[in-house]
Design a protein around this ligand. Structure first.
Ligand code: GLC
Length: 547
C-alpha cells in the first residue's frame, strides 16, 4: 500500500498561479550546512545550486536561503555588514544570480532572508556612528544610568542572554567599560553586541532597507523572509520591564521591544514595494507574537503574505493541544484572508524528532507529524534534513560551538548548533558528501545511514515518505487548499482530519488503535494492519486516506 505509491521525482513546472504561496511547500536551506562546493568545510551558494535537483525531486515549490551576505559571522550571517554583497565564504554575487536562475529553470522559487532589525557592528554605518558621525542617529545610543552613566539605560535583556546594552567609548576616545567616568554612551542590541539595533524612527533606515529589497528583487528573488519582523519598533521611552529572564517571555507576551503595533506600518510600506514587482513576490514575517490573533495582524491584506506559525512548532505531542492550535491558527489567519503556515523545525530550535521523544519514539512521532502537517490547508516549511529524519546533535563538544547564545549562556536553554550540523548526502566519504574538506560542525558517525543516498529508493524511509507525501499533495491540490478542516469523531488520542476527498488519521498514543477502515489508504508513516473491515493504526503514526 504505502510502498506502491510512485516516489519518482515529479517533473513539475513553476506554478503560474498568482497565489502560488498560499499552499506552497517551502524548503529552508541553512547556507553554512547544506552543501560545500569548495572544500572549506562551510556550505556555499554554488553547493546549493548543485544540490537543487534534490529539492526539485523532493517536490517542494520554493527554497528559502538564510543570510549569505557579507558578514563577520558573529551570528551565522544574521549580522550583516553589506546587504548587497555575498560573503566570500559563500561565493560571489554572480553565484547568487546563477542560483536564482537555475532554481527558476527547475521550477523552484527563491526566497532570501533580510535582516532589518540590526546590522553588524562592522557595517559602515555603525563604524561611522562610533566615530561620532550623523549615522549615530541610525542606532539607539543612550547615556547610561548611575552617577557616571555606568549602568545600562534600562533593564532590557538580550535574547542571547546578558544585558541588551553595551557601553562604548565616547567618540573622542574616552569612556567605554574601562573608563566608566569618562562618559561613553550605551547602544542597544537585542541580540549579540555585534548586532546593534537600527533606529527605525530615522528615515534613512527606511530608505536604505527599501533600496536593499529592490536590489534583490531586481536580481530576481521571489520574496523575503523577514528576520525579527516583530522587533524593529521599540516602545516610546524604552520603559523598564521589571522582570528577569525576558527571553522566556518572547512569544508569550508583548514586550516593549517586540510586537509593538508600530511595526505594522513598516510591513505595509514593504507590501506596496513588493506589489510593485511582477510575479507575486512575497514577504514572510518571522514574528514572535503571543497569540494567533496578534500574529494574524502581520498578514492582513496590506501587510506580509505569510508569518511563521511558531505556536504550532512549540506544540507538544498532545492531540488536544495540536487540535486547538490548528483550529486557532486557521481561525486567526482566515479572519484576515491569509493562509496559515505550518512549521516543525528551523535553524533556531531543537529538531522535532528530538523534541518529541527519545530515539525511535521521537522519529515515529516526527514522521506522523509530517503527514498531519502536510494535510493541513496553507503553506508548509521544511527545514533541511527534516526529510531525512535527522535528530538534534546533542553532544557537540564545547570547543566546536559557534552559537552566540552559547557564549552568553545565562538563562538560556536552547543552544542552536545542534540543529545546524551539516546534512549528510552520501553513506560515506568526507563529511558524508557535504563537501571535500570536512564540516564546520562534526557530524555523528551514524549519519551516513541517514544520508540522501542511503534513504533513496528505500521503501518506508523518511526521505521516501516526504517524497511520496509531496507527490500526493501535488497531484491533489485540494490537500493544501482552503482555510478550514473538519475533525471527525475518533477514539481518545486519535485525530481524524477530513479534507476535500481525504482523511488523515493520526494515532498519537503509544498503543495500536483499531478503527473501521475509513477509505483507501494512500500513504502511511508506519504500515497499518488490515482486518475484516477494520484497520489497526500503529502507535504514533499517521495515514492518509482517499474517501
Ligand atoms: C532570527 C534568526 C536567528 C538570529 C536572530 C537574530 O531569530 O532566525 O537565527 O539569531 O534572528 O538575527
Amino acid at each position: 500500500m504505502t510502498q506502491e505509491l510512485s516516489t519518482a521525482a515529479p517533473a513539475h513546472l513553476p506554478r503560474q498561479r498568482g497565489d502560488w504561496w498560499r499552499d506552497a511547500v517551502i524548503y529552508q536551506v541553512y547556507v553554512r550546512s547544506f552543501a560545500d562546493s569548495d572544500g572549506d568545510g562551510i556550505g556555499d551558494l554554488r553547493g546549493i545550486r548543485e544540490r537543487l535537483p534534490h529539492l526539485a525531486g523532493l517536490g517542494v515549490d520554493a527554497v528559502w536561503i538564510t543570510p549569505f551576505y557579507a558578514s563577520p559571522q558573529a551570528d551565522g550571517g544574521y549580522d550583516v555588514s553589506d546587504y548587497r554583497a555575498v560573503d566570500p565564504l559563500f561565493g560571489e554575487l554572480s553565484d547568487a544570480d546563477d542560483l536564482v536562475r537555475e532554481a527558476h529553470r527547475l521550477g523552484l522559487r527563491v526566497i532570501v532572508d533580510i535582516v532589518p532589525n540590526h546590522t553588524s557592528d562592522r557595517h559602515p554605518w555603525f563604524r561611522a556612528a562610533l566615530a561620532g558621525g550623523p549615522e549615530r542617529a541610525y542606532y539607539h545610543f543612550r547615556p547610561g544610568k548611575g552617577e557616571h552613566g555606568e549602568l545600562p539605560p534600562n533593564d532590557w535583556e538580550s535574547v542571547f542572554g546578558g544585558a541588551a546594552w553595551t557601553r562604548v567609548e565616547a567618540p573622542d576616545g574616552n569612556g567605554g567599560a574601562s573608563q566608566p567616568e569618562a562618559g561613553g554612551e550605551w547602544y542597544l542590541h537585542l541580540f549579540a553586541p555585534e548586532q546593534p539595533d537600527l533606529n527605525w524612527e530615522h528615515p534613512a533606515v527606511h530608505e536604505e532597507l527599501a533600496s536593499v529589497l529592490r536590489f534583490w528583487l531586481d536580481l530576481g528573488v521571489d520574496g523575503f523572509r523577514i528576520d525579527v519582523a516583530h522587533g524593529m519598533v521599540k516602545a516610546d521611552g524604552m520603559p523598564d520591564i521589571g522582570l528577569r529572564e525576558q527571553a522566556k517571555m518572547i512569544g508569550a507576551q508583548v514586550l516593549p521591544f517586540f510586537d509593538q503595533d508600530g511595526v505594522h506600518e513598516i510591513h505595509r510600506t514593504w507590501r506596496r514595494l513588493l506589489d510593485g514587482y511582477e510575479g507575486e513576490r512575497i514577504g514572510v514575517a518571522e514574528a514572535w507574537a503571543p497569540t494567533s490573533e496578534r500574529l494574524a495582524l502581520y498578514v492582513r491584506p496590506d501587510e506580509m503574505h505569510q508569518a511563521f506559525n511558531f505556536q504550532f512548532l512549540r506544540c507538544p505531542w498532545d492531540p488536544e493541544r495540536m487540535r486547538e492550535i490548528i483550529d486557532a491558527s486557521l481561525a486567526a489567519t482566515t479572519s484576515v484572508g491569509a493562509p496559515t503556515t505550518w512549521v516543525l523545525s528551523n535553524h533556531d530550535v531543537v529538531r522535532h524528532p528530538t523534541r518529541y521523544g527519545d530515539g525511535t519514539t521521537g522519529l515515529r512521532r516526527a514522521r506522523a507529524a509530517a503527514l498531519l502537517m502536510l494535510a493541513l490547508p496553507g503553506s508548509t516549511y521544511i527545514y533541511q534534513g527534516e526529510e531525512l529524519g535527522l535528530p538534534e546533535v546533542t553532544d557537540l563538544p564545547d570547543e566546536v560551538r559557534q552559537d552566540p547564545s552559547f557564549f552568553r549562556a545565562e538563562g538560556q536553554d536552547g543552544f542552536r548548533d545542534g540543529c545546524r550540523v551539516p546534512i549528510p548526502w552520501t553513506r560515506s566519504g568526507s563529511s558524508y558528501g557535504f563537501g571535500s574538506g570536512g564540516s564546520w560542525l562534526p557530524q555523528p558517525d551514524s549519519w551516513g545511514e541517514l544520508s540522501v543516498e542511503a534513504q533513496t529508493g528505500v521503501p518506508g524511509s523518511t526521505l521516501e515518505l516526504y517524497r511520496a507525501a509531496l507527490a500526493v499533495r501535488r497531484e491533489h491540490p485540494g490537500l493544501g487548499a482552503g482555510d478550514a478542516v473538519t475533525w471527525l469523531d475518533a477514539p481518545e488520542g486519535v485525530l481524524v482530519l477530513a479534507r476535500d476527498g481525504f482523511l488523515c488519521t493520526t494515532n498519537t498514543t503509544d498503543a495500536d488503535v483499531e478503527l473501521p477502515v475509513p477509505g483507501t489508504a494512500l500513504l502511511s508513516s508506519a504500515t497499518p494492519w488490515f482486518g475484516d473491515g477494520t484497520v489497526r493504526l500503529p502507535a504514533d503514526s499517521s495515514t492518509w486516506w482517499a474517501i
